[in-house]
Design a protein around this ligand. Structure first.
Ligand code: AMP
Length: 419
């Protein structure tokens, strides 16, 4: 399959070749023709698979084929109504999607805007009132604008949910419901989700009409080229180990995940003290501070970003080679999201987990989700102190192994396992 065999315009095909996109990625090959044919889709695609272009290209193509003039589409209050709305769970992902539309749509004649919270609403409202064709938004701030009347969605042709699973995990269900009440029934809806939890299926039933189901990867899998390593270590030696790894492996650009903001702050401070250029990255930073840190990280001025899950969602750093789980996430799916920050667009990556005894159940849930064992290893000098381990909690006890084998054989998940 090539881009030129799809019904894309010559202009877009030339642009893709300028960008060095030699061939469509699997999600693009499957989704673009279906979207161009006007169908709804429900697509399971991990981050880094090229999913943004999979929806951006056909939307740009279809909208520029039917460029609406103000007099055709608008009214006195909203002279140029929004035609495509892309909802994302976080500001970072919104920014990336917005930049992608800028990149792919630079010669389209279409106006794209972005709205997200944490920054002044007035400048955004002015942009919206002037009229935009394509809007990328986080749900909360979009609702604020709808309530203020800065825009109308009455002429919407395309509604895209990017990372729908995360939007629901982050508690945006009420906002989504309120937004859905403002969009026309006649529209094309595209739902993208890294994982398919039952809540995503429930949402899809309400949103989509006879959707085409597109799955480019087995559900709940990680990119094939990501090597997953689990180092067992005592909890009180994790920070020492991470500093050792950063120095001995000469990491230049690493993303480390902590569960809490305070933990991220503490680890970043500890690493800085030992001479590693590290910065915390979480929701307590202002938007301007986040953008600055991200820029420094991308430029290589910061070696290590110590992030929480919410902040790191949507982070797109090209060629990120290593991701570290300093602490495992409480929700198994987050492990997939985290390590999806590496191994993007077919590149090789490494996902390292620092595992301690307390993580036994969390690791077990991740293994059940992946349907794969993640064998633990010890690093010389950092071997766990076995005399401290409570025998019943040992993950590799015969009983635990038997339980796992039984569960796999029945093809089922542990009852009550978090999804
Ligand atoms: P995404 O999954 O949309 O975040 O895209 C991941 C990365 O893949 C981005 O840096 C894109 O610029 C890049 N990309 C998207 N489509 C292609 C393609 N067909 N060929 C090469 N790179 C691509």
């Amino acid at each position: 399959m090539s881009f030129s065999s799809m019904a894309l315009s010559q202009k877009l095909i030339s642009l893709l070749s300028e960008l060095g996109y030699l061939a469509p990625t699997p999600i693009q090959a499957q989704a673009i023709p279906v979207i161009l044919a006007g169908k709804d889709i429900m697509a399971g695609a991990q981050t880094g698979t090229g999913k943004t272009a999979a929806f951006a290209l056909p939307i740009l193509q279809k909208l520029s084929d039917n460029l609406m003039t103000g007099s055709e589409a608008g009214d006195a209050v909203h002279p140029k109504p929004v035609q495509a709305l892309i909802l994302t769970p976080t500001r970072e992902l919104a920014l990336q999607v917005y930049q992608s539309f800028g990149k792919y749509g630079k010669d389209s004649g279409l106006d794209t805007a972005i709205v997200y919270g944490g920054v002044s609403i007035d400048a955004q409202a002015d942009t919206l009132k002037a009229g935009v064709d394509i809007l990328v938004a986080t749900p909360g701030r979009l609702l604020d604008h709808l309530r203020r009347g800065s825009l109308t969605l009455k002429q919407l042709s395309f509604l895209v949910f990017d990372e729908a699973d995360r939007m629901l995990d982050m508690g945006f269900k009420d906002e989504i419901d309120a937004i859905l009440r403002k969009v026309p029934a006649q529209r094309q809806t595209l739902l993208f989700s890294a994982t398919f939890a039952p809540s995503v299926f429930a949402l899809s039933k309400r949103l989509l009409r006879e959707p085409e189901l597109i799955e480019v990867d087995k559900r709940n899998t990680v990119a094939a080229k990501v090597e997953q390593l689990v180092y067992a270590v005592d909890a009180d030696r994790k920070s020492e180990l991470i500093c050792h790894l950063a120095k001995s492996k000469q990491w230049q650009q690493v993303l480390i995940f902590c569960r809490k903001k305070v933990g991220a702050d503490q680890l970043a401070a500890k690493m800085s003290q030992s001479g590693i250029k590290a910065q915390a990255f979480h929701g307590d930073l202002s938007q301007a501070a986040r953008e600055k840190v991200l820029q420094q990280f991308k430029l290589g001025d910061i070696q290590v970003l110590v992030a929480t899950d919410v902040a790191a969602r949507g982070l797109d750093v090209e060629e990120l080679k290593v991701v570290v789980n300093y602490e495992l996430p409480f929700i198994a799916e987050d492990y997939i999201h985290r390590i999806g920050r590496t191994g993007r667009a077919g590149n090789a990556g490494q996902a390292i987990t620092l595992y301690c005894e307390d993580d036994a159940l969390l690791l077990e849930e991740i293994e059940a989700l992946l349907d794969a064992r993640l064998p633990q290893q010890w690093l010389p000098g950092f071997e766990p102190d076995l005399t401290k381990l409570a025998p019943v909690a040992r993950k590799n006890s015969k009983a635990a192994q038997r339980q796992r084998a039984k569960r796999r054989a029945s093809g089922g998940k542990k009852p009550g396992a978090r999804r």
